[in-house]
Design a protein around this ligand. Structure first.
Ligand SMILES: Nc1nc2c(ncn2[C@@H]2O[C@H](COP(=O)(O)OP(=O)(O)O)[C@@H](O)[C@H]2O)c(=O)[nH]1
Ligand SMILES: [Mg+2]
Length: 442
């Protein structure tokens, strides 16, 4: 600072060439440093994630640089469909608010799957599923949620109609967001977006930005505890199996002291999926989307290096199953469990569709091995979070013995097993993850 001050002074007083050369150099250096601070994101990126064997603690640094403007808000339509469609829609709404430099008014999620009959949507407030304060703390400076009680004047609302149809291109959509972020539009305390559910809005943000928002979504304690109970029950079943087989095996085998790993399989065979996936297969001219139960069981049994006995937890919306034979047909050594057989169906019965799937999501997230369908958003977001976890641990994702590997059973991998699956975190949009893909490998 002192050098800079001297330079300024010597310039004013018409200082010599040598001195002015030094000054030019100092100025250049300072300008470069300022530029670097503005352009290079703070390393090491979005917080640090530590994940012990069972739990992962999100440990974010709260600073992302620029803060969110505090007196302008954005309202979005009710968020609908399945849990992960809703999470994607929510993140898209957050990014829209961020682009417009506004706080997102806490949106309504939907507790039920019905969406055509508007009155059956069962709105459920965001903070009855995810922790509101935690979200704002973890995402501080990046995106922010607000409450309607934060508004000074609830009547000064400007409606912004989202365009639709083939002529409503990604570019036009982005232009609209930019237009509504300046000039007279800026004066409105609230901009209310009307039209389609945010899941159907155009996407303008990279996968990494979505991952940031997902990391800030922490289940409320009550739901988190239910997921803990289910995971403990699966582990207990593993221990029982282990002690039974130990009595048969030779004593003092050191491997028997390892806790039995559990495999979580997202068996996407429910009725709502079967209708959707058949249509998708026709449209994309492929047969790699609707795996049958038989195919799923075969592929899981062929996972390379998977030791038996192995507990297999089947994550499935049982109410939407046409027949309940998911437990039958597994090869010897694979011990399939679903909610009823595990004795935890009472936990799920207390809750609506959205929360049931949120509990199963958590159970799959923490599994030692996860196997899902790469065209399901439920499976895709689990793999995205698991990939994040592996990256943060600094492990080579594509190595042979990866901790917490994930697979897609709808795509054939090595030795007729499922395909190894990691998320490409450098995609420029979430398109593939939200609508499914078969490009999933390392
Ligand atoms: N309702 C319910 N859904 C579950 C349960 N376990 C897993 N799920 C899954 O939760 C998902 C909810 O839908 P969504 O998140 O939109 O995923 P997608 O439809 O598979 O793309 C479905 O994939 C269900 O298979 C459960 O116990 N109940
Ligand atoms: Mg869905």
């Amino acid at each position: 600072m002192k050098v800079l001050f001297n330079c300024k002074l010597s310039q004013l007083m018409g200082g010599g060439t040598v001195k002015s050369l030094t000054c030019k150099f100092v100025f250049l250096l300072v300008a470069l440093l300022i530029l670097r601070a503005l352009l290079v994101p703070p390393s090491p990126g979005f917080g640090g994630v530590e994940w012990s064997n069972f739990v992962y603690i999100r440990n974010h640094s709260p600073s992302f640089g620029v803060g969110v403007r505090q007196d302008k808000f954005l309202e979005v339509p009710q968020i609908v469909w399945g849990l992960n469609n809703q999470k994607i829609a929510f993140a898209r709404a957050c990014h829209t608010a961020r682009t417009m430099n506004r706080i997102l008014l806490m949106p309504s999620l939907s507790a039920s799957l019905f969406y055509k009959e508007i009155d059956l949507l069962q709105p459920i407030s965001f903070d009855r599923v995810f922790q509101y304060d935690k979200f704002n703390a973890l995402c501080s400076g990046f995106v922010q949620l607000g409450r309607y009680s934060d508004l000074s004047n609830q009547t000064r609302v400007l409606e912004m109609q989202k365009g639709s149809g083939r002529k409503w291109t990604v570019e036009r959509d982005l232009d609209q967001l930019r237009d509504y972020s300046k000039g007279e539009f800026e004066d409105h305390e609230v901009i209310r977006i009307v039209g389609k559910n945010p899941f159907l809005w155009h996407d303008h943000w990279p996968v990494k930005d979505y991952a940031k928002v997902f990391e800030c979504l922490v289940l409320i304690d009550e739901i988190g505890r239910e997921a803990d109970r289910v995971v403990s029950r699966i582990r207990a079943v593993g221990r029982e199996t282990q002690s039974n087989s130990e009595s048969v095996e030779l004593e003092n085998d050191s491997s028997s002291f390892q806790p039995l790993p559990y495999v979580a399989v997202h068996m996407r065979v429910e009725i709502d999926w079967m209708i959707h996936c058949k249509k998708l297969e026709q449209r994309l001219n492929t047969n790699q989307i609707c795996s049958s139960k038989k195919e799923i069981m075969e592929r899981v049994a062929n996972i390379k290096g998977l030791k038996t006995p192995s507990v297999v937890y089947l994550a499935v919306a049982d109410k939407l199953l046409q027949n309940s034979s998911v437990l039958e047909g597994w090869e010897e050594g694979f011990l399939p469990y679903e909610k009823k057989k595990l004795g935890v169906d009472g936990i799920y019965k207390k809750y609506p569709y959205l929360i049931q799937s949120a509990i199963d999501y958590e159970v799959c997230l923490r599994a030692d091995i996860f196997v899902g369908n790469s065209f399901s958003t439920f499976s895709s977001l689990i793999v995205l979070e698991r990939t994040q976890k592996i990256i943060t641990m600094g492990v080579n994702m594509c190595g042979k013995d990866v901790t917490w590997p994930s697979y897609a059973y709808n795509i054939q991998g090595e030795s007729n097993g499922p395909m190894r699956w990691v998320t490409n975190m450098s995609h420029s949009t979430l398109q593939e993850i939200s609508y499914g893909t078969n490009h999933i490998s390392c």
